[in-house]
Design a protein around this ligand. Sequence first.
Ligand code: FAD
Length: 273
Amino acid sequence: MIPAAFDYTRADSAEEAIALLGEHGDEAKLLAGGHSLLPLMKLRLAIPAVLIDIGRVPDLSYIEERGDGIAIGALARHHDLETSALLKEQVPLLAYTAHQVGDPQVRHRGTLGGTLAHGDPASDLPAAILALGGTLVAQGPDGRREIAARDFFQGFLETALGADEMLVEIRVPKVAGAGWSFQKFNRRAQDWAIVGVAAVVNGTTGVALINMGSTPLRATAVEEAVRSGASAADAATAADYGTDPPSDINASSEYRRHLATVLVRRALEEAIS
Ligand code: FAD
């Protein structure tokens, strides 16, 4: 499939990308790794008139300690996350989840900022960021603002980012020593999740679901059950509360609901053990 014609421009800084977004308005799209946007363009589900390539903006690929947390530049690629010694030590859920995304080619191109800004409910890393209680930093013409991950995903492929904003940084707490688990159920190793679960148990329990609604979701009923002392099996019975899983070629909605309870139980058992 061939995308519709578009103009291409490259930004050398976040400020330049934001100015170009302001100049071109709704006609423009940022291009990071291109591994979600380009497939949409080839299917003509996205027809931007202008692509603003941010893939070579320097200084946005860092993964660094910042007090009690880790700050990650939006252009850090999935491969950077999966191989980061700092993440493996301080936020192992994130390094492990990055390793579960697609295949090596996808992981060498796709960026953390891109997967979050895309907001696909079937994506892996948004669930990990939700479970960790992360914070996203958006930059626009008036400066930077912080958005809690739980407030970021607003609808199918819709986020809290304004049309003239760029996601520049993602912050997660250090959770070295906390229990965690990532469960991804798919048909082949490199496939997207039919359903997935990310869980952290460290006093402030975070559990998030993949492909169980129109956005990446927190399983708040499960979190409350764990906080009130329920066993993993009992808490998992609440896995599908508040969800609206799709039916598609891979699974019916009912099957996804059942799968969520199985995967949440497995995730909690692994995280708590
Ligand atoms: P892009 O495609 O460049 O951009 C995606 C969207 O985000 C666009 O709308 C773009 O304008 C916007 N955007 C990008 N960066 C920013 C920013 N910094 N600020 C604001 N907006 C921005 N993902 C999974 O989670 N699990 C999988 O198993 C998986 N398998 C895959 C298999 C294949 C074959 C492919 C092609 C992709 C797969 N992916 C999977 C998706 C992959 O992780 C993508 O790379 C990722 O979802 C998007 O990141 P990107 O950097 O490529 O974003």
